[in-house]
Design a protein around this ligand. Structure first.
Ligand code: NDP
Length: 257
């Protein structure tokens, strides 16, 4: 990451890619200053690995409750983060929390579509809105020109399955309609945010982590979480205003919409 200690927030940080990001960020040669590791149930069994990690790095990791589908929890989390970061603001926000329901168009129910959309699109939208004051504060406090992830940035976990360009080839293999539609929505949300907030010098990018062996990716995935996260953190560290509104792979290449 950057030369000076930055503050980072990651949603869905209790398992999968989110937990691996927390691990690699605190173990990096230049660790982050404050890392807000958010999850739905900080005191529940699914957050045990995160809590163990947080105990090892009590000065850096702050475990905070955040449910992407619950606006009150997002607002409360933003308040808690604000009380820690103050006028220094939040440098990097990673919209990682996500869900996937399997199903073809004919199998997908209204409930599947609404739940997936709420988690993967409405959640990130509300998170961006509620954390904007802290991102703006970070942009102002940095004193650096241009855009970067050590100044003020939002990185969201994109998907190849949300890309319109690949539907013909990939649909038969993975007909996850609600997930595809929601990720396409997240991609558009990111482009809108990049356009609307460029004068604030807040960078918005999408990174596709690859097909990763996590609970969501399954055993047949192509790579393990440590390799995906290593690549993504390197891409995040290299982001500049040229990548505002970009759709990148964990290896740094530009992907088709
Ligand atoms: P996992 O299913 O392993 O983990 C998902 C994480 O999101 C969990 O921490 C989960 O928390 C959290 N989460 C789900 N719903 C909510 C919610 N409403 N509020 C807060 N947290 C929530 O997935 P991955 O780690 O594989 O994926 C992480 C991100 O990367 C997702 O956005 C996914 O779409 C994206 N991605 C993953 C790919 C892959 O191959 N794995 C490929 C492309 C994109 P809890 O334990 O409480 O359920």
């Amino acid at each position: 990451m950057a030369a000076r200690a930055v503050s980072v927030l990651i949603t869905g940080a209790n398992r999968g890619l989110g937990l691996e990001m927390v691990k690699q960020m605190v173990e990096a040669s230049r660790p982050v200053g404050k890392l807000f590791a958010c999850c739905r149930e900080p005191d529940g069994p699914r957050a045990e690995a995160l809590q163990t990690l947080a105990k090892k790095h009590p000065d850096v990791i702050v475990v905070v409750r955040l449910d992407a589908t619950d606006l009150c929890s997002i607002q409360l989390c933003a308040k808690q983060v604000g009380s820690v970061v103050g006028t220094g603001g939040l440098n990097l926000l990673i919209n990682n929390a996500g869900m996937l329901v399997k199903g073809t168009l004919q199998e997908t129910t209204t409930e599947d579509m609404q739940n997936t959309f709420n988690t993967n699109v409405v959640g990130p939208m509300n998170i961006i809105k509620e954390f904007l004051p802290h991102l703006r504060a970070a942009a102002k406090a940095s004193g650096m020109p241009g855009m970067s992830s050590s100044k003020a940035a939002v990185v969201s976990m994109a998907s190849f399955l949300g890309s319109m360009a690949n539907v013909k080839e990939s649909y038969v293999i993975l007909p996850v309609v609600s997930y595809r539609v929601s990720k396409a929505g997240l991609h558009m949300l990111t482009l809108c945010a990049a356009e609307e907030l460029k004068t604030d010098e807040i960078l918005f990018s999408l990174i596709y982590p690859g097909w990763v062996r996590t609970e969501m990716g399954g055993d047949e995935g192509e790579i393990d979480a440590p390799d995906s996260v290593k690549g993504m953190l390197s891409v995040m560290a290299s982001l500049t205003e040229k990548q505002n509104g970009a759709f990148l792979s964990y290896q740094g290449s530009t992907l088709p919409w």
